[in-house]
Write a protein that binds this ligand. Structure first.
Ligand code: PSU
Ligand code: MN
Length: 305
């Protein structure tokens, strides 16, 4: 039995050495409500195709690790309730038990690397949660970036996290955090933050060359690209701040812990912002899909191999 199942177009692209962009599925099952989740997932895939690359949405279906989903598989996942959220710790167990689950950034990186896909687009990564000094809630995504050589394009860390601590952990782990086209670290729903990003790059070509240089140096781990949300779609930080505080207080009061924290906070923010956060989330994922496609194209071009 093969370890993973590529869709026919992903198999062809990998065979031919044409650009492929990995996409995660937790954003579908735990990050957005139905039907916007299905609509967005299809739109992200189409955006990658329009940019000249092949999308590979990753999920575990009945124990099979799929790299590239059919429209029907994607729809099933988008409609399903109580789907497992799979990170590094859960991937092997869920496959061995024949279960179905959506992959987080960490698990998607593992699958992408297995399939020889070097670039992955998402919305936001997990990070160090507020109050982490008490809860120890630090996403496994950070450790994964330290050990799996995939370039991950996100819109910066979500403002529901402790951004300064997230940057500190990434620095400790040796993960390059690269803001795209600006000095400030983007903060997901907002294009900028008060933090300066540790590194900056202005073109997809530079990002691709840095990815290859890490490999040549024998350094494990990937790169984190923080791509600012388009200005017209952003939500100013001061509008969001009280909503985030409220959502976090509710999570604390209800005793929500572990994997449930991020989905709970995101869902509450959609409600509190009257879906404005959802519209912004969709816009930034599409923007990330475009940049990831450009990087994948650079990596696949003959002059860069
Ligand atoms: N960012 C979003 N929506 C999401 C996630 C991040 O805008 O759904 C998901 C990603 O899959 C990420 C995960 O890997 O949340 C992080 O979860 P945790 O904090 O439990 O590690
Ligand atoms: Mn967590």
């Amino acid at each position: 039995m093969t370890l993973y199942t590529p869709s026919p177009d992903v198999a062809a692209a990998l065979q031919n050495g044409t650009p492929v962009v990995a996409l995660e599925s937790t954003i579908i099952t735990h990050g957005m409500p139905y039907p916007q989740n299905q609509h967005t997932a299809l739109l992200v895939e189409q955006t990658v195709r329009d940019a000249g690359a092949t999308p590979a949405t990753i999920a575990v279906l009945d124990g099979q690790l799929h790299v590239g989903l059919t429209g029907a598989q994607l729809e099933t996942l988008a409609k399903a309730r109580n789907v497992a959220k799979l990170s590094r710790a859960d991937l092997a167990v869920s496959m061995a038990q024949g279960h179905t689950g959506a992959t987080t950034v960490a698990a998607t990186m593992i699958a992408a690397h297995l399939a020889n896909i070097q670039v992955f687009a998402t919305g936001g990564i997990g990070g160090v949660h507020r109050g982490a000094s008490d809860t120890f809630d630090i996403s496994a995504d950070l450790q994964e970036l330290a050990q799996t050589p995939v370039t991950v394009v996100c819109a910066g860390a979500k403002a529901i996290l402790d951004l300064p601590k997230t940057l500190e952990v990434l620095e400790t782990l040796g993960v390059p955090v690269i803001a795209y086209g600006q000095n400030a670290l983007p903060a997901f729903w907002s294009a900028t933050s008060e933090l300066t990003a540790p590194l900056r790059m202005d073109t997809a070509g530079e990002i691709a060359r840095a990815h290859q240089m890490r490999a040549r140096l024998g350094l494990p781990g990937g790169q984190l690209i923080a791509n600012p949300i388009p200005m017209g779609d952003q939500i100013p930080a001061d509008i969001l701040a009280p909503m985030i505080t409220q959502a976090q207080t509710e999570a604390d009061t209800k005793g929500i812990t572990g994997k449930a924290v991020t989905p709970f906070l995101l869902a509450r923010l959609y409600e509190l912002s009257k879906t404005r956060s959802l519209k912004a989330n969709i816009a930034l994922v599409l923007n990330n899909a475009r940049l990831a496609s450009k990087i994948a194209i650079e990596l696949a071009s003959p002059r860069s191999r």
